[in-house]
Design a binder for this molecule. Sequence first.
Ligand code: FPP
Length: 233
Amino acid sequence: MSQIIDTNNLPKHIAITMDGNGRWAESKGKLRIFGHKNGVKAVRETVESAAKIGIEFLTLYAFSTENWDRPVSEINALMALLVSAINKETKTLMKNNIKLCTIGATDNLPSKARNELLEAVAKTKGNTRMTLILALSYSGRWEILNATKKIIADCINPNTITEQTFQQYLTTKNVPDPALLIRTSGEYRISNFLLWQIAYSELYFTDTLWPDFKKEDLEKAILDYQSRERRFG
Ligand code: FPP
């Protein structure tokens, strides 16, 4: 890479919509699940690279509310992949001082996946180098609706509700908003991801399909971010 990342101007929080696993597999004449398997490799490389660069929060859109509409066989395969990846990688997360969190309706996940996640979250909760947030059974509208329901249940006086109050009811309550949102696979949509939190995020789209996303692609996105002047407007 000819340009150097400025470590004094890093996006504190990067969110990624990992898209294109299916197309990647189909382009190779393989089943979609082959794409997801290779997507896990890209997750590993991205998590490692982000931590090395000095990113503090990384949120990955791993399973959306809409993904429940996929064929049961694909959902089961994705859940099995999630279980095995968490099981295998918790040691690496510990070694690298990375904390794992989840956002989303994780109660809807199969119990095996839920338990595996709970265990990994508990084990890594004291880690401080980077926080890895997996969005699972997540959607932005679900989150906003949920926050609204909780505010009503707490009988908060409407006149006292501010953006800060609302933020405290979101699943990302102690996490800074993403400075940079990356989406792979040449799709130019938000697709219900972190709707509240991306109000001022810089958006970066790449044609690279998720399984092909490498350290260099992450660096390129960060360099692009650093070339922009953030106006928050
Ligand atoms: C999008 O590709 C990807 C997903 C729906 C799932 C992403 C999940 C993983 C990479 C595995 C999760 C594992 C961990 C450890 C987080 P797509 O299927 O929508 O691809 P397409 O748009 O080409 O059909």
